[in-house]
Design a protein around this ligand. Structure first.
Ligand SMILES: C[S@@+](CC[C@H](N)C(=O)[O-])C[C@H]1O[C@@H](n2cnc3c(N)ncnc32)[C@H](O)[C@@H]1O
Length: 192
């Protein structure tokens, strides 16, 4: 099967072969912890994960999910906006995942926003190693979701094509408001 209707699962399948043992990765939106666990499960004991969320409840859920698995990687859970990435992460990173929108089962008014997401993207691109990736799962059905998608898509479309490759993948026949995956990969020939 090439395409899964399970969007997070599709993304994990695509990214899994590219997660480096001992790598440094950022989960920009920890939420329920699925992406943090995915990253932490693949980097091994020498790996490092930074997971951001602005809601304490999300970090509680993420910590609980990590505890139910044998994760040997070092994971920092950071209660702050991903827009402050550079205050916490100083080393070059191999990849960063954004799963935009709101915490499932949580307050639907606490959502990611285009302005802070693009600020985080600026900082992530500066830290990203050659060959590293940034993934953004954009949901367009909730209030503000389409505006955020448009802002992020416009930002990514303007990136220098010598610096990064950018693709968008849309679940076009979803019944309402198709989600969109934006993938950015930094060129291996680009001087950092
Ligand atoms: C769709 S959920 C993430 C799902 C998660 N990746 C998972 O695997 O379960 C989006 C999360 O982004 C968080 N969020 C909203 N604005 C944020 C910001 N500026 N910085 C970091 N997290 C933010 C929300 O609190 C919410 O928990």
């Amino acid at each position: 099967m090439i395409i899964s209707s399970h969007i997070t699962g599709q993304l994990h399948t695509m990214l899994e072969p590219h997660i480096q043992k001992g790598g440094v990765y950022v989960d920009a939106t920890a939420g329920g912890g699925r992406d943090t666990l995915f990253l932490a499960s693949h980097v091994g004991a020498a790996g490092k994960i930074y997971a951001f969320d602005i809601q304490g409840e999300a970090l509680v859920q993420t910590r609980a999910r990590l505890l139910t698995h044998e994760v040997t990687a070092s994971v920092d859970l950071i209660l702050d906006s991903h827009a402050k990435l550079d205050a916490y992460v100083k080393a070059p990173i191999d990849g960063m995942m954004f799963n935009l929108g709101y915490l499932p089962g949580g307050d639907p008014t606490v959502v990611t926003r285009g302005e802070s997401t693009c600020e985080a993207l600026d900082k992530a691109l500066a830290l990203l190693k050659k060959g590293g990736f940034i993934s953004l799962l954009c949901y367009t059905g909730h209030p503000g979701g389409m505006d955020e998608y448009r802002a992020v898509s416009a930002y990514a479309s303007r990136l220098d094509r010598h610096m990064a490759q950018v693709v968008e993948m849309r679940w076009s026949n979803s019944p309402q408001s198709p989600p969109v995956l934006i993938l950015i990969e930094k060129s291996i020939s680009y001087p950092m």
